[in-house]
Design a protein around this ligand. Sequence first.
Ligand code: GLN
Length: 306
Amino acid sequence: MSTDYQAIINRIKDEVKPLLTQGKVATYIPALARINPYRFGMAVYTINGELFTCGDAQEYFSIQSISKVFTLARVMDRLGDALWDRVGREASGNPFNSLVQLEYENGKPRNPFINAGALVITDCFIQEEQNAMSKLRDFVRACAANPNIDFDEEVAASEKLTGHRNAALANFLKSYGNLINEVEEVLDVYFHQCSLSMSCADLSRAFLFLANAGTDPLTCAAVCGPRQAKRINALMQTCGLYDEGGEFAYRVGLPGKSGVGGGIVAVMPGELTVAVWSPALNQAGNSLAGMKALELFTTYTARSIF
Ligand code: GLN
């Protein structure tokens, strides 16, 4: 019997309602602080092309760190193993914007999903692509099959004004010779990639290639190779939720990537993707109700990668 995804996500939406008041929206980016914390949306996309949505699944929000998967997919495809000379592949066990580890480890970030690592990936992306910003936007639009996806200039400008920690990380990387382009340029592209505005429906569509060995199952376009898709999923599993990767693996059991805009996307290889949005965050900077929603999703579908 096929799984009734619509009934499952409707039930989850009702069950997480009491949690929507418990987290806190990100305030360190002022433009994000204004978001209504009670929003909730969820979307499931199967590799057969079926989409199931509930709540605010069509609402655009700031994808923030989820964007790091898109830049990584591009850069891995272009650079291959050379990339790993500049960034590691281990969980950091530290908050996403931590500075301390970078000094201990001589300017080589632990992984591509903490901010320091993502800044290196963005630097590589700029190196590989002319007009990096519009190339990234085109790539994301193609993955999501939505030509209307765009940067949110207000969010990008807001983060630029207050992004002192990211500026510190970028300068630090530069001092270790691990940033090729100018700090200002890398930060500008980075803040824009984080500001990309997408819905749960868009994100679930855009991540389908990771559920299908690197190929978009609906257009049959190869987004990356099967080995890269496998590796990106592995990195999401170990590093995609910062210092809550263990908790997410334990409770959800799928590779996933979160952002401080309150989105989380998870991948069930060979089957589907699931995106959730709830802007109020827990202490680690991950969507509080979003974590629970994904936990319930793998409970009710009785599936995980383990
Ligand atoms: N733009 C945010 C930052 O750099 C992204 C962080 C996140 O989503 N975890 O701080």
